[in-house]
Design a protein around this ligand. Structure first.
Ligand SMILES: NC(=O)c1ccc[n+]([C@@H]2O[C@H](COP(=O)([O-])OP(=O)(O)OC[C@H]3O[C@@H](n4cnc5c(N)ncnc54)[C@H](O)[C@@H]3O)[C@@H](O)[C@H]2O)c1
Length: 415
């Protein structure tokens, strides 16, 4: 494979994580970065870790002219503008081979559709980064169960969860900038993971047709006065005025278009999971077989007594979103690999080198956005959303949830 010189747009949390993943990817370098904040630090990290001569570019246009592929690792609210600038650069002759965009593709169906359209204008392959589809912990059991699945039939129930104690930057908490609360931020992961796990062996990732969505959202922790104040002080976001959900759960029903079989993907997401840190859970159940993943069950654990805890400066060294620096702690040796970042980077680089989309392209990202938005609609209307109904499909095209409009007080009860 030819070497792929990547350019990152954004140099915050995910860009740093992806840079650390790049240490384990063969055939790719970090050629440049453009960001409002953090670019110099990321460039220094790249150089220290032999990831490439990462140049800090003052504009997206210049970055696009000096790398082979760009990755949009900037906040959700900046997507359209950034991708618009990439389109302009490509039209002006930037020699890109592909464009990567982080989840969620859009904050609404309309926004995701616009992004798909912009991607098409470039004529370039795309990759929608949904890391959980690439997790070795998900792929390995599916590979192990392949023969069982062929003999007994595909999985019929998947359960995916992603939970932690809340995001690291204020914009995530602001539903008008992020697109909602935890459902918009992490529901996309769990819904996509369910869809992927349920897909029969050998079929494309959009083979199963989503036919119905049912969901509930709630504000369980961060609407309470004590925690609301802490959020306002720490993140500058006032949940008395513009709350978002910190808990979401629901079910997507998919249909196998060949057999008619209905299968279910259950999702649970929260920003009020006050345990050791980020927990990803996945269950897959088929006729006569099953698998389970729990990312907190590490083979490593450490213990830090109260008297030693003062020496611990950064709890997140051990685990993403770690909330504690003492007691019995979970530690993951290589989180970038565990969460699938290494494999998703490798997949995109290989695909772009071969002139094709990554495993998940932006059209797939649009479908996942639609499922998330259908989940908001279900929670608002307190009923199951029938995705086979043309009128519902039409409604989803322009739908903006109350929460994303900053009107969460009208739907969230817990204030
Ligand atoms: N796959 C995952 O597990 C995962 C995890 C975290 C974040 N994400 C996604 O990644 C994206 C970024 O999240 P983050 O946590 O890194 O955010 P962040 O706030 O930590 O970092 C954002 C970065 O983008 C830069 N930026 C902002 N506006 C910009 C603009 N107009 N042009 C160039 N740079 C700009 C900022 O300066 C900063 O460097 C989000 O869409 C988020 O949903 C995915």
């Amino acid at each position: 494979m030819q070497r792929m010189k990547l350019g990152f747009i954004g140099a915050g949390f995910i860009a740093k994580f992806q840079a650390s993943a790049l240490r384990f990817v063969r055939g790719a370098d970090l050629g440049g970065v453009c960001a409002l904040k953090g670019a110099e630090e990321l460039s220094a990290y790249a150089k220290q870790n032999a990831l490439g001569d990462c140049v800090v570019y003052p504009s997206i246009r210049e970055l696009c002219h000096h790398v082979d592929a760009v990755a949009v690792f900037a906040p959700n609210f900046a997507r359209l503008d950034i991708v618009g600038q990439i389109v302009d650069a490509v039209k002006a002759g930037a020699p890109l081979k592909g464009i990567i965009c982080e989840k969620p593709l859009g904050r609404t169906v309309a926004e995701a559709r616009q992004l798909v359209q912009l991607g098409k204008e470039t004529g370039l392959p795309t990759a929608y980064f949904e890391n959980q589809l690439h997790m070795k912990a998900v792929r390995a059991p599916l590979a192990q169960l392949e023969r069982v699945q062929r003999a007994m039939g595909p999985l019929t129930l998947a359960r995916s969860g992603e939970e932690h104690s809340g995001p690291h930057e204020g914009w995530f908490w602001d539903p008008t900038r992020q697109g909602g609360g935890v459902l918009s931020d992490m529901g996309c992961h769990s819904i996509a993971c369910d869809w992927f796990v349920l897909t029969p062996i050998g079929k494309p990732i959009d083979f199963l047709k989503p036919v119905a969505v049912n969901a509930e959202v709630a504000l369980l922790k961060w609407g309470q006065p004590l925690h609301r104040k802490a959020l306002l002080d720490r993140m500058g976001v006032d949940y008395a005025k513009t709350p978002a959900e910190d808990f979401a759960t629901g079910m997507v029903t998919f249909q196998n278009p060949e057999t008619g079989q209905l299968v279910k993907g259950q999702f649970t997401n929260s920003w009020m999971y006050d345990k050791q840190g980020l927990r990803l859970t996945m269950d897959g159940l088929g006729p006569g077989y099953a698998f389970e993943v729990n990312s907190l069950k590490s083979p490593i654990e450490i213990f830090i007594a109260d008297q030693a805890a003062e020496a611990v400066a950064n709890a997140e060294v051990a685990l993403e979103k770690s909330t504690s620096s003492r007691g019995l702690l979970a530690v993951e040796a290589n989180e970038a690999d565990l969460y699938g970042y290494v494999d998703e980077l490798e997949d995109a680089c290989r695909a772009f080198a071969e002139g094709r989309d990554g495993l998940a392209n932006w059209e797939y990202g649009l479908e996942v956005t639609k499922l998330c938005q259908a989940a908001y609609l279900s929670a608002e209307r307190k009923r199951t959303i029938d995705l086979t109904d043309p009128a519902t499909q039409k409604e989803l095209e322009t739908y903006v949830s109350f929460i994303a409009q900053g009107r969460g007080r009208e739907t969230l009860q817990a204030l």
